[in-house]
Design a protein around this ligand. Structure first.
Ligand code: SF4
Length: 365
């Protein structure tokens, strides 16, 4: 895995900065403001993305806010209209979802991901702007999805990974009706400055227990655990080098105003005296394919520094073949720069994940 690809496998768009919730661990800096993406930005992105999508079997456009549904159906439909041959995805807090939104998802072929952290007590950090628990509203949205038979994936943030938690979580999500689950250990990034340092044994035990629960009832896709098992299997087969893509996916995030941030959506909306605003251009001024191709051909600034950090990972970390160097934003928000290596994020979500899955395998060998 070296350098940046000149064509991504998906793009992320921010239809609005606004979110109606105010979750305790949220990283978004502008979530109280409703800055909406003009249709001209979506048109400019589509001019490139439609050509990219025509060359591959699947190309995803991920609408990620703020809360994307806070943009409203009419505006979201207008933003989606210029795209051709793509899969639309939304990552939503589910609180707006009702019968009309379910009809919208069906009409526009939108794939839905909902953010919920487990039963009410484990979702207690997801709160309204007034500080009230959002759980009941989230579950009402999910009930609407179920009523209309809209398939959905779930994304769960775990703030305190520890033994005894994973089985309960997994049972909740198998009952919820999602077809897939992603588990994110809370990250220290953006405006969320809470520590994400945890005891090694606790996090490993969490992942091992989650693996155990999934293997006993593997009826949903369990994203992180399945990645780790795939890597372990490929290593045993001598094919681990073939798992990672050859180059980093540039993952363009297009902010509401057309500015493009590559590699890490979490950097959008931030600036730094040394690195500037982390953007690589604006689609209202330069076509997206030219922006990505220029950075891929000659990485500079923080992106060049990040690629230096990835090479340091390759030289020093036994987990590199699984991880590929993890995410730029985690390095920046934990180290204040991009060329460091190990972060608490990669300890929690790469190293201890792999070790926890292997602990499970060893215990059952
Ligand atoms: S686990 Fe951490 S140190 Fe190792 S390759 Fe990934 S980011 Fe780098």
């Amino acid at each position: 895995m070296r350098g940046l690809a000149s064509v991504p496998s998906y793009v992320i768009l921010q239809p609005t900065t606004l979110c109606n919730l105010d979750c305790a661990y949220c990283y978004l800096p502008l979530r109280a403001a409703d800055r909406r993406m003009p249709v001209a930005v979506a048109r400019a992105v589509a001019a490139t993305v439609n050509a990219w999508a025509a060359d591959v079997p699947r190309f995803s456009v991920v609408w990620h806010g703020g809360e994307p549904l806070a943009a409203g159906r009419e505006h979201l439909a207008a933003l989606m209209a210029p795209f051709r041959g793509v899969e639309h995805h939304v990552q939503t807090n589910a609180t707006h979802i009702d019968d009309a939104w379910c009809a919208f998802f069906a009409e526009h072929g939108v794939r839905v991901g909902v953010s919920v952290d487990g039963p009410a007590d484990l979702t207690s950090q997801r709160v309204t702007r007034g500080g009230r628990p959002a759980y009941d509203r989230i579950m009402r949205g999910i009930e609407a999805l179920r009523r209309h038979e809209v398939p959905f994936a779930a994304l769960c943030v775990v703030s305190d990974p520890r033994p005894g938690l994973a089985t309960r979580l997994y049972e909740f999500f198998t009952e919820l009706g999602c077809y897939a689950l992603g588990v994110n250990v809370e990250e220290r990034e953006g405006v969320n400055r809470r520590s994400n340092a945890h005891a090694d044994e606790a996090v490993r035990a969490f992942w091992a227990e989650l693996t155990e629960a999934w293997r006993a009832d593997p009826r949903i896709e369990l994203r992180e655990v399945e990645w780790a098992l795939r890597y372990a299997g490929a290593t045993l087969a001598g094919a681990a080098d073939e798992l990672l893509p050859r180059q980093h996916d540039p993952i363009p995030t297009i902010a509401y105003d057309g500015r493009v941030v590559l590699l890490s959506p979490e950097l959008a909306g931030f600036s730094d005296p040394g690195y500037g605003d982390f953007t690589s251009g604006n689609v209202l001024e330069t076509p997206l394919d030219e922006i990505v191709a220029a950075v891929s051909a000659a990485p500079a600034g923080w992106i060049a520094e990040y690629l230096t950090g990835v090479e340091a990972c390759r030289e020093s970390c036994p987990y590199f073949g699984f991880c590929g160097g993890a995410h730029a934003a985690n390095r920046y928000f934990e180290h204040g720069r991009f060329d460091g290596t190990v972060t608490e994020h990669c300890r929690n979500s790469k190293i201890r994940l792999l070790e926890g899955v292997l602990d499970h395998a060893r215990a059952h060998a």
